[in-house]
Design a protein around this ligand. Structure first.
Ligand code: ATP
Ligand code: MG
Length: 341
């Protein structure tokens, strides 16, 4: 079903704000991005930087005490803002899929995994019992579960973590969604199984034009599996650009620090995945750049006034007042390592 005019992106998010706690501290500040059909966009940043809050806002699943609003939040051109709980449920059951860490906790231990996929198919698509079973077996097969007929009759505790994640991916894609949100979905898996699940996600993108929003604390995973990268720091996007370019030549000192400690650039070992110092907590009153207190390149002006996210001619956006003068070369990276060591 193609049209002459360009199709809307699988997901469009404009100026997403997420507040938490009684004081309504802003934990996600004006985050904007889009995921095109078939594209994979990765969110990276330290623990607490707002990745999960962003994913949950996109899924209409804010935790208690969390509130989200945005200037635009659209799935395939459909405005999601203002949906009630039922509306969100309907969207999540079809056009929007999600997989998280710990797949076992999303399945009912008392039911076979096949029934847990087939029942929603019967309800949603009005399939007969036998047709739903056939469809479920097909879906299990399509996510690479060997012997899908036998898997259908297994209970969750009889399957490995990798198999459970494939089951959940089958559930997530059963309604042929436009977007799949995967928040640390491969984190608990060993590296071989993790690579297999990432391959599966890449195949589903290619075959179904599925957009993917991928979160992992493992930068190597995100670097490998995404087309575009958003770097979060303390609830803000500090850099956004094509993954290969961002990884090859980070434009924001925080991106550079993150890649350095992950061992992806600058000769870091990746054995101590910590940037010295701590990010500010949500709502912390910092007049200037939120990374300045930890930044090896910061000058006085950085801490005085907020820094806007600025577009660069190369298609990247960066939130750093010094990004034009700082060309983060290999030698600069070594310097940064020394400064932050
Ligand atoms: N339900 C909540 N109530 C209050 N504060 C919250 C809540 N959920 C998250 N926060 C705060 O919002 C910030 C962002 O949290 P979020 O879970 O999005 O981080 P994250 O980037 O996913 O981190 P991680 O890599 O550890 O998963 C954190 O400071 C966190 O403490
Ligand atoms: Mg998280």
């Amino acid at each position: 079903m193609s049209t002459a005019v360009s199709a809307p992106p699988a997901l469009e998010v404009r100026n997403l704000r997420v507040t938490v706690g009684d004081g309504r501290a802003e934990a996600v500040h004006e985050v904007s991005f889009a995921v095109a059909a078939g594209q994979a966009v990765g969110l990276v940043g330290e623990s607490g930087s707002g990745k999960t809050l962003t994913c949950r806002a996109v899924l209409g699943l804010p935790a208690p005490g969390v509130a989200a609003d945005a200037d635009a939040l659209a799935l395939g051109g459909t405005d999601l803002r203002g949906l009630d709980a039922r509306g969100w449920q309907r969207v999540r059951g079809s056009r929007l899929g999600a997989v998280f860490q710990d797949p076992g906790s999303y399945l009912n231990p008392a039911l076979t995994v096949g029934r847990q996929l087939a029942e929603p198919l019967r309800v949603r698509d009005g399939l007969s019992r036998s047709a739903a079973r056939r469809r479920a077996v097909e879906l299990f097969d399509s996510v690479g579960l060997r012997d899908p007929e036998a898997v259908y009759d297994r209970y969750p505790h009889e399957l490995s973590g990798g198999m459970l994640q494939r089951v959940l991916i089958a559930v997530a894609v059963s309604g042929d969604p436009e977007l799949l949100v995967a928040d640390e979905a491969t984190t608990a898996l060993d590296t071989v199984v993790q690579a297999e699940v990432l391959d599966l996600l890449a195949r589903l993108r290619a075959e179904r034009g599925l957009g993917l929003l991928l979160v992992s604390h493992d930068l190597a995973v995100v670097a490998e599996a995404t087309d575009r990268l958003l770097v979060f720091y303390a609830g803000e996007v500090v850099e956004d650009g094509p993954t290969a370019e961002v990884v090859a030549a980070p434009a924001h000192p925080y991106t550079e620090a993150l890649l350095t400690v992950a061992g992806l650039v600058g000769g870091g070992s990746g054995r101590f995945p910590v940037i010295p110092g701590r990010p500010p907590s949500p709502g912390a009153d910092l007049p200037g750049c939120r990374f300045a207190p930890r930044c090896g390149y910061a000058v006085e002006a950085c801490s005085l006034a907020p820094v806007a996210l600025t577009s660069r001619p190369d298609g990247r956006t960066v939130r750093c007042r010094r990004s034009d003068e700082l060309v983060l070369s290999e030698s600069d990276m070594t310097k940064h390592q020394e400064v932050t060591a």
